[in-house]
Design a protein around this ligand. Structure first.
Ligand SMILES: *Cc1c(COP(=O)(O)O)cnc(C)c1O
Ligand SMILES: [Zn+2]
Length: 508
């Protein structure tokens, strides 16, 4: 729809002008730092930062119904800069002029309701939000669109030149970083550090295809992260891990979209997220709180964070009795099918501790909880979901396993509606599905396939003497008819079809 065709009362807000007053706010000492420089930790106390809008009051001054109408109308705009996460520009990056926005198709991912059968199995109504349908096939694109749009803005305004963007990754961060950096080259080059053998072949292919320099490092993600930190302390590089507060800002769009998809009614909703480095759960909590504070919504959904038994430091922290006695202890991770969340010392833990406290206070109830699930449950639920029409990755399976566990423990109400984050596309983690089907999981995963979930292709071998097509050697019409008939008979036999069967008259 053309801007001039929108209702008159919305036209002045439709295309946002740069505004707001963003600063970095230290989670530790509360100090405020200018966003004119790329900053990842507080120069005073080394703690992580979040971005705060000192002029947030101007957003709260706009009536909620006006925001809701605006965001709903913006969906009809064809302007690329406002088609992705910047539909919520005022909340995500108000200082950015639209010319700086990098849009590669991120955001606006579908919420797909589970069928009746799967809801029955899980025990409540739920949706998957398919963040695997982002351009690099994970939610990381939301944060990367924000971080790279900001760097693009600094480049355009001459405050930065020749950027080398680096990140450590469990796979998806590097795929997203390399993709967005490739779009902005040659002004930006990218280098990614991956734990050798701990990312899937698909995830390795992504940054290679985008032209990033890829370094394989011995160890696990936490070790890669240390190397990246050493690099960023000594050299002028742009760090693209979720330590970068711009990443968090972009990932808040996930919450805004959920709000919008429920017509801004978040009562009786549960939002389920897997936790790795804890950037995503930080962003999800922050996003819902901002919408509430601005009056866009009038309630906070319940947040359920899920971790695997093989990488569970956040769960362990919250399993301690509430109060100041809680101590955070990093864990040594074990192999996990939720590989992108296989992190023992999450960078965003201080953010989670702060925001979960704020969230509960704002909600006036305990509104953030945490569960832990086994590798077996993750795989079983992922495959079960996908056999019911979903494209959930292992982390999506982890969310579903977590929801079921939370129901059993009475942490969520079965009459509510849940939204599960399928954080990546199933295809990125197809290797784990294959291990399950082949019963080839190394023992440390502790996964034993359930026979009813296994599947394998069946090779069809026509009988001796039946002509078979070969590459570059097509069959004659007669031989092809013979081949087709033979193979069709074989398949009909396997499927138990008989001549004259009506379509609905299936046999076992
Ligand atoms: C990064 C990632 C996670 C974990 O998110 P955090 O922000 O690190 O907690 C989960 N699933 C997938 C697919 C990811 O790429
Ligand atoms: Zn500080």
């Amino acid at each position: 729809m053309k801007p001039e065709d929108f209702p008159e009362d919305l036209r002045d807000l439709l295309i946002p002008e740069p505004g707001g007053q963003l600063v970095y706010r230290c989670i530790g000492c509360g100090a405020q730092h200018s966003i004119e420089n790329l900053l990842y930790t507080c120069p005073d106390c080394r703690q992580v930062l979040l971005i705060e809008d000192l002029a947030f009051g101007r957003l709260a001054a706009v009536p909620g119904h006006r925001w809701r109408r605006l965001f709903d109308h913006r969906k009809m705009l064809t302007l690329p800069a406002l088609k992705g996460i910047y539909r919520f520009h005022e909340f995500i990056g108000p200082v950015l002029p639209l010319e700086a926005v990098v849009y590669l198709g991120e955001g606006g991912t579908p919420m797909v309701e589970a069928n009746a059968r799967l809801q029955e199995m899980a025990g409540m109504r739920f949706f998957f939000k398919n963040d695997g349908q982002n351009p690099s096939a994970s939610f990381k694109d939301r944060g990367m669109a924000s971080a790279l749009s900001y760097i693009h803005y600094l480049l355009r305004s001459g405050r930065l030149e020749n950027v080398l963007a680096v990140c450590a990754s469990t796979g998806d961060t590097s795929a997203a970083a390399a993709l967005y950096a490739a779009y902005l080259q040659p002004a930006i080059r990218s280098a990614v550090l991956l734990p050798r053998g701990k990312v899937t072949p698909q995830q390795l292919a992504q940054p290679l295809g985008s032209g990033a320099r890829v370094f394989e490092i011995p160890g696990v993600f936490d070790d890669c992260m240390k190397v990246v930190e050493a690099l960023s302390e000594r050299y002028p590089v742009a760090l693209l891990n979720s330590k970068n507060a711009w990443r968090i800002l972009g990932q808040e769009s996930y919450s805004y979209e959920i709000a919008q998809d429920f017509e801004y009614d978040l009562s009786d909703k549960v939002v389920v997220v897997p936790i790795g480095n804890a950037g995503n759960i930080t962003a999800v909590m922050s996003g819902f709180m901002k919408f509430l504070r601005a009056g866009v919504t009038d309630t906070l959904p319940h947040i359920l964070g899920v971790q695997s038994e093989h990488a569970d430091p956040v769960y362990r922290y919250y399993a301690q009795p509430p109060g100041d006695g809680r101590r955070f202890t990093p864990v040594t991770v074990r192999p996990s099918v939720a590989q992108a969340a296989m992190i023992g010392n999450p960078v965003s833990m201080p953010r989670v501790i702060r925001l979960a406290q704020d969230y509960d206070r704002l909600a006036g109830r305990q509104a953030v909880s945490f569960v832990r699930v086994s590798e077996q449950q993750i795989m079983d639920w992922q495959l079960t979901a996908n056999r019911n029409g979903h494209i959930a990755c292992t982390h999506g399976g982890e969310c579903l396993a977590g929801l079921v566990a939370a129901l059993e423990q009475g942490l969520v109400d079965a009459s509510h509606t849940a939204v599960l984050d399928s954080t990546a596309h199933a295809l990125k983690f197809a290797g784990f599905q294959q291990m399950y089907f082949d019963n080839r999981f190394p023992p440390e995963f502790e996964v034993v396939p359930r026979a009813e979930l296994a599947n394998a292709p069946l090779a069809v071998h026509p009988a001796e003497g039946v002509p078979v097509p070969r590459p570059g050697k097509p069959l004659s019409d007669r031989d092809l008819a013979c081949f087709a008939s033979e193979v069709a008979e074989h398949i009909a036999g396997v499927l138990g079809l008989s001549v004259g069967d009506a379509a609905d008259d299936r046999r076992d």
